[in-house]
Ligand binder design. Structure first.
Ligand code: KG4
Length: 338
């Protein structure tokens, strides 16, 4: 039996998962509500909450998998990128447990784990992608187009030069007075609105890189001008504002993806990251791929946001005698994919 424990603590979710012989047996996630009152993640509060959550979350993941900690073969953990204080909690816990159990550690890059999340199998029959494929990774911290050539060979061919797609959702939602994180609220409101009601700015930057800051400014100015004429502007137009914002984000994402597809001609496209939970994005990618004869990999919503199942599978796929992490390796807050 090969049992891999995955540990994720890069931002504001403490998660642990167990994969046994390639099949997911548990995936426990403790989300941190403490940040809602601040309208964004407060790093120090995040690390403190991870410290409180990590032991019960890991114990529960092992219990739900129906094994004991002594049955674990190796521990995969998120080394980075992310918030350093948060990463330190997961990293230190993983190291301590691996040392205590005398089993190997496997460090995992958080972005690579998102890109490999489609390999998480809930039953042995589940289908998985074939290498190589193109991945659109869209989250609160990243917007990237990645060529995934193997579990250990990934090339970022496009990335955001300013905000990530999730930040565009969250920051625009915040100025509308919606709670944090705003992405899911925009998604819900957009279902009732007209996506063509407002024309927000689309960036004109060359190459495959993304930019969302112009859209954010254009959204802000529309609210400012609307509120100057009618103090009820947001309330009266919230569904149309949400639908038009979501449409603008989808158009921006697809414009660069379409360019990337023309250059690299992938046969499969996978999406990942928190924003891949968005209903409009999921439909748009499905249609985009259908029209081009490309196989689309749309993740289950539970695997879009941060979770340890993707860390465990990325660890399992990288677990070879040559890839065993030295206990002295520190976490990192920023890096390219690796
Ligand atoms: O991958 P993730 O959990 O972690 C970070 O990178 O932080 O992504 C979180 C992001 C947030 O910006 C959140 O608003 C966005 O994913 N998100 C959504 C939806 N669900 C989560 N954005 C749009 N529509 C959604 N349904």
């Amino acid at each position: 039996m090969k049992a891999i424990l995955g540990i994720e603590s890069s931002c504001d979710d403490t998660s642990a998962a167990v994969i046994i012989d390639g099949v997911l047996r548990s995936n426990v996630i403790a989300s941190q509500k403490v940040h809602e009152a601040f309208g964004g993640v407060v790093p120090e509060l995040a690390s403190r909450a991870h410290q409180q959550n990590i032991l019960p979350v890991v114990s529960e993941a092992i219990r739900q998998a129906g094994i004991s900690k002594n049955d674990l073969t190796a521990i995969a953990y998120t080394r980075g990128p992310g918030l350093l204080g948060s990463l330190l909690v997961g990293t230190s816990f993983a190291k301590g447990l691996a040392l205590g159990l005398n089993i190997p550690l496997i460090d995992v890059n958080h972005l690579a784990a998102h890109a490999l999340s489609h390999f998480v199998k809930e039953t042995p029959e589940d289908e998985v992608p074939e290498f190589p494929y193109m991945c659109l990774l869209i989250s609160g911290g990243n917007s990237q187009i990645i060529l995934v050539k193997s579990p250990v060979d990934m090339e970022i061919i496009g990335k955001t030069i300013d905000d990530a797609a999730g930040e565009a959702f969250d920051k625009c939602a915040k100025v509308m007075g919606l709670p944090y994180p705003g992405g899911p609220h925009i998604d819900r409101l957009a279902a009732e609105g007209n996506p063509n009601a407002f024309a927000f700015a689309r960036p004109k930057i060359p190459g495959l890189d993304y930019s969302f800051s112009g859209l954010k400014t254009s959204f802000l100015y529309t609210l400012r001008d609307g509120l100057a004429e009618d103090p009820e502007f947001i309330e009266k137009n919230k569904a149309d504002l949400a639908a038009s914002l979501q449409q603008a984000i989808i158009d921006i994402l697809l414009a660069k993806l379409s360019k990337a597809v023309k250059i690299h001609r992938p046969r499969q496209i996978a999406i990942g990251g928190g924003v891949s939970a968005n209903s409009g994005v999921r439909n748009a990618i499905e249609n985009f791929c259908k029209g081009r004869g490309i196989k689309a990999w749309i993740p289950k919503r539970s695997f879009t946001t941060d979770n340890a199942a993707m860390v465990a599978i990325a660890g399992a796929m990288r677990f070879t005698p040559d890839h065993i992490t030295d206990i002295s390796l520190p976490p990192y807050s920023k890096t390219a994919i690796s």
